[in-house]
Ligand binder design. Sequence first.
Ligand code: 5GP
Length: 192
Amino acid sequence: MDKGLLIVYTGASGVGKGTVMKRLLESNDNLRLSVSATTRAPRPGETDGVEYHFVTEDRFLEMIDKSELLEHAVYCGNHYGTPEKSVRDMLSSGLDVMLEIEVKGYLQIKKLFPDCVTIFVLPPSLEELERRLKGRGTETDDVVKERLNRAIEEMEYAKYFDYQVINDDVERTKDEILDIISKIKKERTMEE
Ligand code: 5GP
């Protein structure tokens, strides 16, 4: 039985998930982010092993073959996946682990860990999402368009998540998520 809480954290590209995540990790000592593997190229400022394990397609396929991933999916032409061992190690040592993954990954994790807590982060509006995606300036117009379309498709799934959180303000959103985590941990302790 895992001691830590597994939290699936999903939301459209450009919704500000990463910024909120950074504040969550700074504010809660028991929380860890699982570092995914991806075949996407690093963005300026991203470091291998920090934001992602940046791997070749061959290495990614090998990870699938060797069952090293808990889940994996293709997102806008790149592979993304969650390494199993580090997540299981963290959970069994009592740490709470966040998986920042897209919807297909969520569906796989929900089957494997029915007790996981699922949080979907929404933008205040689609206009705001488009503005943020363009403002990032790290993707071409085509990629921005593809990511926006994907975001709209993904938002259809928000209703299946345990919690929907609107990222209108980083600090407020961070506090809302910390409250959700502490409420669930309290409930689970009482059930034991
Ligand atoms: P980005 O390229 O913007 O960093 O991520 C693109 C999408 O892939 C985001 O929705 C992000 O949450 C998702 N993602 C990142 N890591 C994983 C992973 O390990 N598995 C899955 N299924 N999705 C991931």
